[in-house]
Design a protein around this ligand. Structure first.
Ligand code: 5GP
Ligand code: ZN
Length: 129
């Protein structure tokens, strides 16, 4: 059984901040910033590709609610919602989850930077067809 399934079954302790019939939200054990939260489905899906629409809908709606609550409680300046799928994208726990990351200032402990790759958008669009 995966580590998040063990948390859902209360075999491993966690700081739960939200729970309903479909999803559970906990504070990440490794707080990238104050209030760093994980929201996950109670049913095991390895990643976003596998999840039911109803579960994904609930995850994003509750993420928005928690984003607002976290921002207010911890006086954050912004929020990132991040989902990693597969190791190439940084996924380390193979149970679908979104990170909800309160942001404070440019010196906080997370760097989300989009650097131009030089890839031509017209060529990408041609390849997509
Ligand atoms: P990923 O890299 O898969 O997107 O993120 C997995 C996250 O799960 C990491 O940020 C990591 O700190 C968190 N995590 C791993 N094990 C535990 C645990 O046992 N408890 C909690 N609360 N978070 C965990
Ligand atoms: Zn699981």
């Amino acid at each position: 059984m995966c580590i998040f399934c063990k948390i859902i079954k209360q075999e491993i302790p966690a700081h739960v901040i939200y729970e309903d019939d479909l999803v559970l939200a906990i504070f990440d054990i490794s707080q990238v910033t104050k209030g760093h939260t994980l929201i996950m489905p109670k049913k095991h899906y390895a990643n976003i590709y596998e999840a039911d629409d109803a579960v994904l809908e609930r995850m994003i709606i509750v993420s928005r609610q928690l984003a607002g609550r976290l921002k207010k409680k911890f006086n954050a300046s912004g929020i990132n919602i991040l989902n990693n799928n597969e190791p190439a994208a940084g996924q380390t726990v193979e149970h679908l989850h979104f990170h909800i990351i309160p942001r404070y200032d440019e010196n906080d402990s997370i760097i989300c930077e989009f650097r131009p790759s030089g890839i031509n958008v017209g060529q990408v669009a041609a390849e997509w067809k």
